[in-house]
Write a protein that binds this ligand. Structure first.
Ligand code: KIV
Ligand code: NA
Length: 271
């Protein structure tokens, strides 16, 4: 199995194969998700929330995200690895977007970058793509602008569907190879998916997208806090780890760990 490339992601849409994507922020999960055959791994700025404990994604910096992206890119030889451009690292204009993208490509070894915004980000996407760096767009609910959007609000409902479609077409026109649709009505996501030649990757955007993405801590239950409606829990990793930690604590407390086999004898046994 060779590394999935942008071309295969595009082919998946043409051939009607759905694209599976997950977030990852470290080498261990990257290796597991790669083994499982996931197509695309996103080193998301959601690391601000699920790694660093912040309430929004706004605080994470390029310096913080680059090492996580490097860990994922090194550990996932088959997935297409994409890094998010953090808030504040591309909005100033195409030159800033390109400079930040080049940092991720050089310092982390990812194969693509993702940035938020449709029409408003068209020039930035084009500049990065023209430099030979594949770009994923991200429209609908864009977490980096949650203060401007007034919180976690569903986008593209009713009359707003027209703007969402314009954003999608702008992202495609700018040369992005895929676009994330976040928190939009399933019917609107279906329309956008039909209108675009590039694949749509949905999160809270219904089943008609060309692929799906979830934050792994939500999808696999490491996070046992309140979850959005669109998350399905495929595992309860929180329980697994909590039980393991309390078993460990008990084994330490009652002296049953470590046993003889887990200890070194004074003289090495002869083989
Ligand atoms: O940062 C992130 O995790 C994301 C997605 C879930 C699309 O942008
Ligand atoms: Na993100």
């Amino acid at each position: 199995r060779k590394r999935i490339r942008v071309r295969q992601i595009a082919q998946a849409k043409a051939e009607g194969r759905r694209i599976s994507a997950l977030t990852s922020y470290d080498c261990m999960t990257a290796r597991i998700f790669d083994e499982a055959g996931i197509d695309l791994l996103l080193v998301g700025d959601s690391a601000a929330n699920v790694v660093f404990g912040a309430n929004t994604t706004l605080s994470i910096t390029v310096d913080e995200l680059v090492p996580l992206a490097r860990a994922v890119a090194q550990a996932a030889p088959h997935c297409l690895v994409v890094a998010d451009l953090p808030f504040g690292s591309y909005e100033a204009g195409p030159d800033q977007a390109l400079a930040t993208s080049i940092r991720f490509m050089k310092e982390s070894g990812v194969q693509a970058v993702k940035l938020e915004g449709g029409v408003r980000s068209e020039a930035m996407i084009r500049k990065v793509v023209d430099a030979g760096i594949p770009v994923v767009g991200h429209i609908g609910f864009t977490p980096q602008s949650e203060h401007g959007l007034g919180g976690h609000v569903i986008q593209g409902r009713g009359a707003a569907a027209k703007q969402l479609m314009e954003d999608a077409l702008a992202v495609e026109r700018a040369g992005a190879f895929a676009v994330v649709l976040e928190m939009v009505p399933a019917s609107v996501a279906a329309e956008v998916t039909k209108a675009l030649t590039i694949p749509t990757i949905g999160i809270g955007a219904g089943a008609e997208c060309d692929g799906q993405i979830l934050v792994w801590q939500d999808a696999f239950g490491l996070n046992n806090g309140r979850l959005p409606k669109f998350v399905r829990q495929f595992a309860q990793v929180h329980e697994v780890l909590r039980n393991a930690a309390s078993e460990y604590r008990e084994a330490v407390a009652d002296g049953s760990f470590p046993n003889t086999a887990e200890s070194y004898p004074d003289i090495a046994p002869t083989v």
